[in-house]
Write a protein that binds this ligand. Sequence first.
Ligand SMILES: [Zn+2]
Length: 292
Amino acid sequence: MNPPDHGTPHGPGRFGLQWLAAMALAAALPTFAAAQAPRLPIFDAHIHYSHDAWDNLPPPAAIAILREAGVRRALVSSSGDEGTQRLHALAPELIVPSLRPYRSRSEVSTWVRDQTVVAFLEDRLEKSRYAAIGEFHVYGADADLPVVRRLVALAKERKLVLHAHSDADAIERLFRQDPDARILWAHSGFDRPDAVRELLRRHRNLWCDLAFRSEHGATGKVPPEWRALFTEFPDRFMVGTDTFTPERWHYIVEHANWSRAWLAELPPALAERIAWRNAEALFGTWSAAARK
Ligand SMILES: [Zn+2]
């Protein structure tokens, strides 16, 4: 903002008065000035819009929250899938759809032994387009159960990313079923930085989201062990809110702002990668196809 007229030594000039008024307003309202600064875009890689969120937060309101947060794109999955489809229909450029194998929240722990899940997945995959399958929960040897194997095979056939909420053992089993799989490890497994490093070193097709954990930026600072991990693997991490209950939709804006605060501690190029470029790269192929 530049004053268009500097006025004379005797007065501020016609436009100068307007300029002074604008500056006074900006000083009085810090948010006015803050809103003018470019915000780091966020790709929120862990959003759910499940059945119990739809009534209190209709699709237009959900989209409005994502936009208010400065989210340029979001990986969305829902129990049942209709929630994802409703958001995607409203804002296809914003919503990257992922297919969750749950028709309702109650299936989180039963789906691995529920054969009817296979027909549900096959049916949905015929009807709509997705970038990923997940987020699904599976641990240890359960990852080798027939329903999970079929899910991995479907993802392989359709070149979909697997969004897995799993322990390291289950991640290894998923990669044994499909060594070319691309896996987004939800919450980085809630694992310690050294354990995350070990798995990242072994698998070049493994990415990690940082959803629902805070130790990498709790005080607005990035601890040395996390900084080292982000530096060693600059292209593997992404942020996410995880709206696993409807109330968490109201944290999306706060989460985006908090993410910007700790990311500001990192070199700008690395911060941009974690904020949105890594997710954009992982889901870019799908996005490009979707725009045709
Ligand atoms: Zn989740």
